[in-house]
Write a protein that binds this ligand. Structure first.
Ligand code: APR
Ligand code: PHB
Length: 393
């Protein structure tokens, strides 16, 4: 088989890249290790920056998001059961869109099918070859047969555990990591959300987050120790713990019900540099992970897709190589700013096992400063709604 851009990974990054390139007349094949049902069974965050919304619009997959998603003009922060609001619209003139990532992915699959996009599922043993030459290729097995795709470029959209990042020689790769000493226990329940907007709560018992997918589908999280055992968390224990950590008026209103999904995720910050090696480009979770506290994971991945699709379009339209040559540098600038924001929000809102009395006071002072300072609120709002894709900074 032959294509212009071979895309490894059929998560949201790979699918969106494939869709945008196809619309620009650039041929792609997507290789995905799992079945489509498996990819669509994963529950992920649900907040889209407006830049992500616009990118989905440009890709022609925005219809259901506009019909069913909810724009949010602000969010609540809380400290010790008392909340205050950060007004995104007032400070930035922008909003975010609350629409689940699983739904985004479903819409992308539909759009790819409608354009007869090639997505090969359940491929095994994907290996990348000749990345630093002119003629890279990818080998894999499908239904027991060895196959090969010759291409001009490879986009590594295969998430944190995929083979693409590891195909960059160790002598070239630099990795930066922080693993946080806690996780998030998440519950999805068919209950009305406790609040119209999200609530991020700092509490002596640990962080909690109230989020949502729709009018009758809520997503809640509580911070747990890194080694927490999921089986020790029945629904009653979860709801009791959540109620204790959120503002009192919210706790009084909280409607509980059986969980329809429950899982624990470890929190991590991670960046691998460079994001380009020869004819391989890394995109999304393949190159970087953020803790979920600022809802940046998907948005950061879509930023990479923005840069790479623009760069490849310029290259194929007019032979202009500056975009692809500068991809890693351009993308990493935005990545590091989002890493900083996600780390800072995580640090401000969670209880650390080794937290000293001084650290404790610093957290309290930071939250009080934020509550009282329009300048601090503007900074949080600017980052939360998303930094521009192209800027000088
Ligand atoms: N071969 C083919 N595909 C692979 C391989 C492999 N060896 N390894 C992983 N994949 C696939 C995974 O099955 C997954 O569907 O790559 C895809 C990567 O998707 P994501 O992990 O969702 O990463 P990405 O598309 O970059 O999305 C980034 O979405 O997943 C969230 O937390 C993530 O919010 C972030 C955003
Ligand atoms: C979610 O809805 O799952 C969600 C929302 C905001 C976050 C993280 C997760 O910061």
């Amino acid at each position: 088989m032959r294509t212009q851009v071979c895309i490894i990974g059929g998560g949201p990054s790979g699918l969106l890249l494939s869709q945008l390139l196809h619309r620009a007349g650039i041929d792609t094949i997507v290789l995905e290790r799992r079945s489509r049902a498996h990819v669509l069974g994963r529950i992920r965050a649900g907040v889209l920056e407006w830049g992500s919304v616009e990118l989905l619009e440009e890709a022609g997959v925005a219809q259901r998001m506009f019909a069913e998603g909810k724009p949010h003009g602000g969010t609540y922060l809380a400290a010790q059961n008392r909340g205050f609001r950060i007004d995104f619209e007032r400070h930035t003139g922008r909003r975010v869109m609350v629409f689940g990532q699983t739904e985004v992915t479903a819409e992308l699959y539909k759009a790819r099918d409608a354009m007869q996009g090639q997505i090969l599922h359940e491929v095994e043993g994907v290996a990348l070859h000749d990345l630093d030459g002119r003629a890279p290729f990818v080998t894999f097995t499908r239904e027991g047969r060895e196959e090969r795709i010759d291409c001009e470029f490879i986009a590594g959209c295969d998430g944190f555990h995929g083979p693409s990042r590891k195909a960059i020689p160790e002598s070239v790769r630099r990795e930066y990591e922080r693993v946080y000493p806690f996780g998030w226990l998440g519950v999805l329940s068919e209950t009305p959300p406790v609040s119209e907007e999200l609530i991020y709560a700092n509490h002596a018992r640990g962080f909690a987050l109230c989020s949502m997918r729709s009018e009758n589908l809520s997503r809640y999280y509580v911070q747990t120790p890194a080694d927490a055992d999921l089986s020790a968390w029945d629904d009653d224990r979860f709801w009791d713990e959540l109620r204790r950590r959120i503002p009192e008026d919210a706790a009084d209103r909280l409607v509980t019900g059986p969980s329809i999904e429950k899982s624990i995720a470890q929190l991590r910050s991670f960046v691998s540099e460079p994001m380009r090696w020869g004819r391989l480009f890394l995109v999304g979770d393949a190159a970087h992970i953020v803790p979920p506290t600022g809802a940046k994971g998907l948005n950061l991945a879509f930023g990479d897709v923005r840069y790479l699709s623009d760069a490849l379009r310029a290259y194929y339209d007019s032979g202009e190589a500056a975009g692809i040559d500068g991809y890693s540098e351009t993308a990493l600038k935005r990545v590091w700013k989002s890493e900083r924001f996600s780390w800072q929000l995580t640090t401000m809102l969670h209880r650390f096992p080794e937290q000293s009395a001084f650290d404790q006071r610093m957290q309290e002072a930071e939250l009080e400063y934020l509550e009282g300072s329009p300048a601090a609120q503007a900074s949080l709002a600017e980052n939360y709604v998303g930094l521009p894709f192209y800027s000088r900074g």
